[in-house]
Each structure stands twice: as structure tokens, then as C-alpha cells.
Design a protein around this ligand. Structure first.
Ligand code: UD1
Length: 421
């Protein structure tokens, strides 16, 4: 397995194109199962997670064709020939659990492996299942698989989520678009990915009001048709590359970046002393004066600070002037990057869901390893600011969610390369 090696020091200058959003694209791909007609996606990110989900969709009978070197994809689910989503694939990619809602909505039946836990927490699916039950599906658990059936179709209802879940909101929305009658989703996720999924479903003929707000009203229709849909920019990739010049110094323009996608991060970076400006093509981020100032961060559902940027922000705070408190409220075990950053000389104290970070004058390069995607990239960011060499092992996590990370960072002057282990 490859590693990424970073030689720290040196400012970043230039531009980085932001890819299509992984989390949006994966849910749009699942939505292709809702129609007999093809769904064409453009601005598709070239990521291993996209390839994994393509394999799953193909196993269900969906035809997939990649165009323009993988940047466009046509998914055609004229027929769903197999209703079982196997553990072998679902365990690799939790988002594949989101084939459940579309399959039950369209065919009245689905057998989907439970995704299991993962490094960042238990990540239950109870809300996915209770919302499908509320829509009239019978749910049985057998040998690690969810059997969902609704032979007479789903029926609209009111579902109030006890807390915000992105995946459960999206699964319920996809199930409800073909249900009979009206479904109201209360305390729904407001993430841009969820709104983008609703926009695509509407373009396919669904009737959805209130996407992007706490309450969505979905009026079921008989069938959906095909469409062509552009995947929005990846706000987590954008946020990660906004933090790159903040930690390394310099000025980077993020092509395709939009402040509205990352407003909570942009506010925090500005409070830390980073300059952010809108440009014709995206956002320009610069660190002109010395060290960044410490800021406190609490992760929350959108529009709050994203949990998927917490690790990267922690890397930045390791180099800040002062002490910052980072509170993780979404996942119970999402500080695995802290011990690795400590190996690089960081001063971090973790107590439960709270990390207290006191900035140090200089991080030091070290061999490090991370067990999840965002943690891995936080170590690369730390490596940009560290003295000497940082070697990040287990690169497959990065390839799940970052398109050519070493190419994008070396294009702005970082000394970074991929090496075989
Ligand atoms: C999605 C994102 C992920 C992001 C997360 C939170 C995708 C593919 N992934 O994950 O990158 O970090 O949103 O913004 O879109 N929960 C339950 N029961 C459920 C569902 C969730 O207890 O049935 C809990 C989870 O364990 C977690 C919290 O709710 O603690 C939020 O999870 P959720 O919003 O569902 O995250 P995902 O959709 O899995």
C-alpha cells in the first residue's frame, strides 16, 4: 500500500480545482435506482468510493458507463435484477446503505447488509429503519441483513427525526418520492448534499418542498424519469484546501469554491487571522501575517461547523498562538488523529468529546498513520507546516475521498509525493 511523504516548510501559491462532492455524488448514484430511465451525472469526483458504489449498483442490475475520463457517469437502472446488497461491498462503504430507500420505494423490496461500525463511532442505522417502517415497510433483521418489504408500496406519513441524520433523511426522502400520498420529514438534515439530492430528484419529476430547511414535504408521484445533473463542489475538499495555506502560509485560489458551502469554517479562519476573498472563479485564501490565532470550534449539523473538517482544523490549531477547545458532538470517537499529531510534537489533551489544543512553535515531521479519511488528510496538512519529513501510511483512506491529493498540493508548491511502501 502506498504512503504519502511530505517535506514541510515553504508557502503554498497557485490554484487548486475543487472536485465534485463525494457525499453528494454517492447519494445521487443511489437515486439512479429510482427510475427506469438513465441518470447522467457530471462533475463526478474520481474517487475509490465512487468506484465501490458503482460495483454495488452493477451487482443490483444497474448499468454504469463512465465518460470523459470518469468525470461523467450514466447510470441506467432499467431493471433491478437483484435486490440484495452484499456485505462484501456495503462494509467498505457506509453510504451504500442508501440504496435501501430507493430500492424499497421503487420495487417494494430490498435486502441490504447492515454496514457495521467504523473507526469514528458506532454509526447506527436505527433512524433509517424506523423511518422506512413509518412509511409502511416491514423490516426484519436476519444474519446481518436488513430485509425491507412493502409489497403494496409505501404510504406517506409524518416522520420527526429525534436528531439530525444526513443519511437517514436522504434514505427516507428517496423512499418517500414514490410513496402514495404526502410525507413530512421534520428535523431533516439541511446539508448542501441533501439539498442537492432533492434538486436532482425534483429534476427527475419528484415533488419536494422545503429541501435545505428543517422540514421537507414530499408528495409521492407514480414514477421518476431520467435527467442530467451536475454534482456540486465538494465543501469538505474545499475546506481542507482552505486550511492548507492557513497552516503553511501563502495564497491559494480554490477554483469552484463558494463561501456559502463553508461559511462556518470561513468565519473561524477569519477569526484566526486568515484572509478570504471571493473571486470570479472561486475563493482566494491567504495567510499574510505570522501565526494564526487560536479559535474554539464545536461541530454541528449544517450550517454549523462540519465534523468532516474537525481533524483538519485541529491540525491548524496545533500551530496557533494560544489554546483552543475543539468539541466533537456528531461522532463519539473522532479524535484518532490527536495521538498522531502528538507524535509530531503537538500539545493536545483529549477528554471525552473535547480536545484542548495548545499551539506549539514548530511541529516536527514523523511517520504517522490514520484510521479514517479526514484524519489522514489532517496529518498531511500538519506535515506541510512541520520541520522535516512526515510519512502518512495507509493512503487508501485518502483515495476514498480526495482526488489526486499529492498532485493538487504539489501544483501549489508543496513538497509531497506518493511512494510505494
Ligand atoms: C454523513 C456523511 C459524513 C458526515 C456525516 C455528518 C455521507 C456519505 N457521509 O454521514 O461524511 O461526517 O454525515 O455530517 O454523506 N446516527 C444514529 N442512527 C442513525 C443514523 C445516524 O444514531 O440511524 C448517528 C450517527 O452515529 C452519528 C449521527 O447520528 O453519531 C450523525 O450521523 P449522520 O448524519 O447519519 O451521518 P452519515 O449520514 O452516516
Amino acid at each position: 500500500m502506498d504512503s504519502i511523504v511530505v517535506q514541510g516548510g515553504g508557502e503554498l501559491r497557485g490554484e487548486i480545482p475543487i472536485a465534485g462532492a463525494k457525499n453528494t455524488c454517492l447519494k445521487l448514484m443511489c437515486a439512479a435506482l429510482l427510475s427506469e430511465e438513465p441518470l447522467t451525472l457530471t462533475n463526478v469526483p474520481r474517487l475509490s468510493d465512487v468506484a465501490t458504489l458503482t460495483t454495488l449498483l452493477e451487482s443490483l442490475g444497474c448499468e454504469a458507463a463512465l465518460l470523459q475520463e470518469g468525470q461523467s457517469m450514466v447510470l441506467s437502472a432499467a431493471e433491478i435484477s437483484n435486490k440484495t446488497a452484499h456485505y462484501d461491498i456495503v462494509r467498505k462503504l457506509r453510504a451504500s446503505f442508501n440504496v435501501l430507500g430507493p430500492m424499497v420505494g421503487r420495487t417494494g423490496e430490498a435486502i441490504v447488509s447492515l454496514p457495521g461500525g467504523c473507526a469514528i463511532g458506532a454509526r447506527k442505522v436505527d433512524l433509517h429503519l424506523t423511518s422506512l417502517e413509518a412509511l409502511g415497510a416491514k423490516i426484519e433483521l436476519e444474519e446481518g441483513y436488513v430485509h425491507a418489504s412493502a409489497p403494496n408500496g409505501l404510504k406517506g406519513t409524518t416522520i420527526e427525526f429525534p436528531f439530525v441524520s444526513v443519511g437517514a433523511t436522504e434514505n427516507a426522502m428517496c423512499a418517500a418520492v414514490l410513496a402514495k400520498g404526502t410525507t413530512v420529514l421534520k428535523n431533516a438534515a439541511r446539508e448542501p448534499d441533501t439539498k442537492a439530492l432533492a434538486d436532482c430528484l425534483i429534476a427527475m419529476g419528484a415533488q419536494i418542498e422545503g429541501a435545505g430547511t428543517h422540514e421537507m414535504v414530499i408528495t409521492g408521484v407514480d414514477s421518476l424519469h431520467g435527467t442530467t445533473h451536475k454534482v456540486i463542489s465538494d465543501r469538505i475538499e474545499l475546506g481542507t484546501y482552505m486550511i492548507a495555506p492557513a497552516i503553511a502560509g501563502g495564497e491559494v485560489e480554490l477554483i469552484g469554491g463558494e463561501r456559502a458551502l463553508v461559511a462556518s469554517l470561513a468565519d473561524k479562519l477569519e477569526a484566526a487571522g486568515i484572509e478570504i476573498a471571493d473571486t470570479d472563479r472561486g475563493l482566494k485564501v491567504s495567510r499574510k501575517n505570522g501565526r494564526v490565532k487560536s479559535v474554539d470550534v464545536r461541530t454541528e449539523p449544517f450550517p454549523g461547523f462540519p465534523t468532516d473538517l474537525q481533524a483538519q482544523m485541529m491540525a491548524l490549531m496545533c500551530t496557533a498562538d494560544g489554546t483552543s477547545v475543539l468539541e466533537e458532538t456528531i461522532f463519539e470517537n473522532r479524535f484518532m488523529h490527536a495521538p498522531e499529531l502528538i507524535r509530531m510534537g503537538a500539545n493536545i489533551d483529549v477528554q471525552g468529546g473535547i480536545a484542548t489544543v495548545t499551539g506549539v512553535d514548530q511541529l516536527k515531521g514523523a511517520p504517522v498513520m490514520a484510521t479514517d479519511l479526514r484524519a489522514s488528510v489532517s496529518l498531511i496538512l500538519a506535515g506541510l507546516a512541520a520541520e522535516g519529513e512526515t510519512k502518512v501510511a495507509r493512503v487508501y483512506h485518502l483515495d476514498r475521498g480526495y482526488e489526486r491529493v499529492e498532485d493538487k498540493l504539489s501544483a501549489v508548491g508543496a513538497k509531497i509525493e506518493r511512494v510505494p511502501e
